[in-house]
Design a protein around this ligand. Sequence first.
Ligand SMILES: [Zn+2]
Length: 182
Amino acid sequence: MQIHVTAPSLRSTVVTGAIVSFLVLPGWSLAHAASGPDGLDPTLSRAYDQAAAAAGAQGIPLWITSGARSVAEQEGMWRDGIATHGSPDAARRWVLPPAESTHVGGHAIDVGPQAGAAWLEANGSRWGLCRTFANEWWHFEVTTPPGTPCPPMWADASVRGKPSPDARGADQSPAIAAIMRW
Ligand SMILES: [Zn+2]
């Protein structure tokens, strides 16, 4: 399959998830400022470093495909998402505006390849790292104290939105959270 895209379009594939595997291309990854640990929150950076070391010791491939993003980068992704999905409401399942994205501020990482992400989903809670969204196998945040179980995943980014103490209880499933939003 041939895909010719510019860097901004490629970034939008994070949004759609459609060809996210292309993000692991080493040349592109190295060329992109957000594809790595730069700018991450120290707690997340430390947790990821420890997880990556453990994964490496087991021969599991694991790397960051998108970490901290600037407001301008996230704004671009948000606009791309709206263009791709047709409306802000549809886009919110895959990308949030800068004020709401945990990538802005360095509190989220997207990881690859899928085998590494699966390993992180199974083992990340040792360092507090949890998969956050049911529709994004690649997106992780520190959402639990190290060594404790991860909270339930949100169905997608649209049902989390702006942080709110009432938006998700520890005993609420993502499905219930989704119902509550509507
Ligand atoms: Zn993400």
